[in-house]
Design a protein around this ligand. Structure first.
Ligand code: GLP
Length: 242
């Protein structure tokens, strides 16, 4: 079931997303958050930091699991999702480092890392899973064609996804990694609540396919039509085909 909120602009989108997130964080003593990277959630993360600093909302008892991570980069590389999350969120909060989980993309045994991550998540119930959406409908790094039954697994990134993310690697003179670890679609669907944010016209086709298209592995996000509690917050651009 989708609840769809269309906003005038990105700031309003980030504000509405923050309201949904804060409700979950303050209604539980030990909230478990599934988090996402990408440019879409940055405004929401800024609101979370501001709220923590101004209103003292505590993250001492919050546990987080991130969706995905590139394979092959050292953890402290500037473009890992581990670094992204610390720079854009965790460093501004009081969350204990041991409560933070991001797949280890430079693990010596990637297969074992996938299993370990899925196992670790079994001890928790994710209260809210935040998602962005790729222009091709991917969620996490679950590219079109990924089975809806997948648990945490490795993926070969589609060329389109690598191109979309090249803007972060070009200035370093580096190539976008070719592979990643991602929560699977079945992992994502276990979350009690899903919050998906998307902005900009380049997401309009993916947002349309997710909400109005058939439920098909060709558009991984369309699986969310089968989830009981999904809030989609989109700006006018991303909503323009609905
Ligand atoms: C990456 C991430 C996704 C994210 C997507 C969209 O591929 N793995 O989790 O949703 O990009 O990113 P953006 O929000 O920057 O458009």
């Amino acid at each position: 079931m989708f609840k769809i909120i269309v906003t005038e602009n990105y700031d309003e989108l980030s504000e509405k997303a923050f309201e949904v997130m804060k409700e979950v964080i303050t209604s539980k003593s030990n909230p478990v958050l599934g988090l996402a990277t990408g440019s879409s959630p940055i405004g929401l993360y800024q609101n979370m930091i501001k709220d923590h600093q101004e209103n003292g909302t505590s993250y001492q008892n919050v546990v987080t699991f991130n969706l995905d991570e590139y394979i092959g980069l050292k953890r402290d590389h500037s473009q890992t999702y581990w670094t992204f999350m610390h720079e854009n969120l965790f460093n501004g909060l009081d969350i204990p480092e041991e409560n933070v989980h991001v797949p280890v993309g430079d693990s010596a045994d990637i297969q074992a890392e996938c299993e370990k991550y899925e196992e670790a998540m079994k001890n928790f119930e994710v209260d809210i899973q935040l998602l962005g959406i790729g222009a091709n409908g991917h969620i996490g790094f679950n590219e079109p064609g990924t089975s809806f039954d997948t648990l945490t697994h490795t993926v070969v990134l589609k060329e389109k996804t690598r191109q979309d993310n090249a803007r972060f690697f070009d200035p370093l003179g580096e190539e976008v990694p070719t592979e990643a670890i991602t929560m699977g679609i079945a992992t994502i669907m276990k979350a009690k609540k899903i919050l998906l944010v998307a902005n900009g016209k380049n997401k309009a086709d993916a947002v349309y396919a997710m909400i109005k298209g058939p439920v098909t592995e060709d558009c991984p996000a369309s699986v969310l039509q089968n989830h009981p509690d999904v809030t989609v917050i989109v700006d006018r651009g991303a909503a323009s085909k609905l």
